[in-house]
Design a protein around this ligand. Structure first.
Ligand code: ADP
Length: 144
């Protein structure tokens, strides 16, 4: 097992529902450490880059609008195997398919927006984490 750092975004649904503290506690209760934390509004440009893998999907404009409903909270989180363990804590993309006890299962949208309003983004590989940490944090904003 390796000590890794992952990039998490608390999406606008998490911010508007007041879930940032509750979800952050789940991460901290796993023993993961906060290494960087800030609020930021996401531009069209950063969203096009971050979601380039879904940019050609018909739902992409809705995802972009959703991600711009409010600033998001960006979190750099460190721990053993944190990248895959946070993905397990989150559950699958579709909140309706996410098991109870997972973050998306407990807090994601259970209506027509279940695939979109799913509380948090988290990096899905070491390569993605490295690129995404650079995308959302400036040098010096992540502590050693
Ligand atoms: P994940 O965030 O679980 O890694 P993806 O990278 O596939 O999922 O998709 C990025 C984000 O785009 C999702 O978290 C979700 O907010 C949105 N999304 C994915 N698929 C759909 C869909 N079919 N309809 C609406 N929004 C979607």
């Amino acid at each position: 097992m390796a000590t890794e750092t992952t990039l998490i975004l608390f999406k606008p649904d998490a911010v508007s529902k007041g879930l940032v503290g509750t979800v952050l506690s789940r991460y901290e209760n796993e023993g993961f450490k906060v290494k960087g934390l800030k609020m930021m509004a996401l531009s069209d440009e950063i969203l096009a880059e971050h979601y380039s893998h879904i940019a050609d999907k018909p739902f992409f404009p809705d995802v972009r609008s959703f991600m711009q409903e409010s600033p998001v909270v960006a979190l750099a989180l460190e721990g053993e195997d944190v990248i895959s363990r946070v993905r397990d804590l989150l559950g699958p993309t579709d909140s309706k398919e996410a098991a109870a006890g997972t973050i998306r299962g407990d807090f994601g949208d259970k209506g027509g927006d279940a695939k979109m309003r799913n509380v948090c983004h988290a990096s899905d590989s070491p390569e993605a984490a490295e690129a995404e940490l650079k995308r959302f944090f400036n040098p010096g904003e992540i502590v050693a």
